[in-house]
Design a protein around this ligand. Sequence first.
Ligand SMILES: Cc1cc2nc3c(=O)[nH]c(=O)nc-3n(C[C@H](O)[C@H](O)[C@H](O)COP(=O)(O)OP(=O)(O)OC[C@H]3O[C@@H](n4cnc5c(N)ncnc54)[C@H](O)[C@@H]3O)c2cc1C
Length: 561
Amino acid sequence: MTLPRRDSTHEVFNQSTPLTGHNVYGGDAALRDALAFNLPGADEAPRAAFGALLGSEAMQTHARLANIHKPELHTHDRFGHRVDTVEFHPSYHALMHAAVEHGLHGTPWALGPGAHIERAAGFLMFTQLEPSMLCPISMTYAVTPALRGNPKVFGDWFAKLSSTRYDGRLLPLADKPGVTMGMGMTEKQGGSDVRANTTRAEFGEETAWGRCYRLVGHKWFFSAPMCDAFLVLAQTNAGLSCFFLPRVLPDGSRNAIRIQRLKDKLGNHANASAEVEFDDALAWLVGDEGRGVPQILEMGTLTRLDCALGTAGLMRAAVAIALHHTSQRKAFGKLLVEQPLMQNVLADLALESEAAIALAIRLARAIDKQHDPFEALMRRVLTPVAKFWICKRGSALAQEAMECLGGNGYVEEHGEGGMARIYREMPLNSIWEGAGNIMALDLLRALRKRDDKNADVLQALDAELASARGANAAFDRFERALFARFADAADGGGDEAGARRLARDVALAVQGSLLRRHAPDFVFDAFCASRLGAEGPQVFGTLPGGSHSAFDPIIRRAMPA
Ligand SMILES: Cc1cc2nc3c(=O)[nH]c(=O)nc-3n(C[C@H](O)[C@H](O)[C@H](O)COP(=O)(O)OP(=O)(O)OC[C@H]3O[C@@H](n4cnc5c(N)ncnc54)[C@H](O)[C@@H]3O)c2cc1C
């Protein structure tokens, strides 16, 4: 007689399936509506094809493998020569290949109107697959326009920064079909306050790329160190200046960039973040000597956009997983998604996710319309506001979405599951490229410094919000109170200690006005009722009203396809 096998004695049931094989574009009504509003008439077919690729099991496997096989640093070869290379799992390169092929790095700078909005949508969708390897993609997007500060370098490098061919090898520029770039500002003694940088740049000689300097110093955070080149800050006699620092020099030799070690990070595991020393590394001036901060800030605007887009993408991914799970898991005799209190949580998460997408894509439009004066003002205000508020909400949302999965949300199996990875990644977009306080203070600066460039910031904001006026009493009250506070901030009186409140409230007002314009009324009304009342945004799951009919349309709208 054969005994029954021990593992056949029980059946696994009431567990949800993985969210895979879905279309991250087709299943995202909030993104589709935001794009239809900001880029009307565009062809959706390429987005839908990309969305299917990003939701595929094959790409999810690449994302998982690139995270569990972290990059490894090789400082020397076995003969003792310095090599300073980082080795990545093949899945990392597969992801990079897909991102570059779809033009998420420097490509929009070579295209016409609308390209930055399309790219923003692609970036937001790609984040849902894997956010950390997007770091060099984002930096390449951001440095490309700043590189115009050295027209000769720009002339030689632009075609390959915008090329859609990825090549991860470390080779001279001439031998590569496409390149990536990173940036180095943060030093041990200061990241927010880069004026504290101590890296020195000594002028060497005039060359075909202009003024060449020798850099001696360090960078404490230097992400994606296998990029082909970097923009870095260093001190000259004229002050902090911006430099182009290639890894391979024009004569084919390696530049003296020594990778000391890789950071052991909370998340962001597929991406390498290094500490480096410059040992007489050769670098070329970009922009004017002593004008490094404004030069680098040109880049900062774009990486901050990506922090907002990336967080909105991670939020969407977390909400999609939570909805998928709760539609399959039962407790106390009903599906979780049918339990009234869970419905309140899910609807509230979906509102937050939609508001984040709306604001991030709106900011992308401001960046797309580079030469439109109104959009320039919106870019100035919305960059710090979107980076601050979306990133702040991201971590809270990830925690709540994780809780929707109960214990399974907290657990990974060889990197499978997704929720834990999202949760680890969330705080990063808030910290880098200007942490929360820096963003809030930047908003105060935009409101105070009303010179020729910024004179009409308040008028622009007024025009932006106008279309939602009169549609909801809570919105109208909120907006009136906000403008009363602006007068204070714009006169220089807005106190620093209250800057986060101001940044939050500008974000909420703009989110409300956007939802009025391109979301269904039930989304706009629920957003105003829960975020623009006297209490402000609360813990998730506290939407006023308790009826199934109030929550159900919001949940159905957000359900992944
Ligand atoms: C994984 C990772 C990768 C990174 N990659 C790069 C990279 O590739 N290149 C690069 O240059 N940097 C990189 N960074 C660095 C990052 O940009 C900095 O950590 C960030 O700018 C903050 O600087 P800091 O760490 O020196 O903190 P600090 O500047 O010391 O700030 C600490 C805190 O103080 C707050 N603060 C600062 N000034 C004020 C003020 N006046 N009022 C109120 N609050 C204030 C900040 O908001 C922050 O919360 C990376 C960081 C991480 C975590």
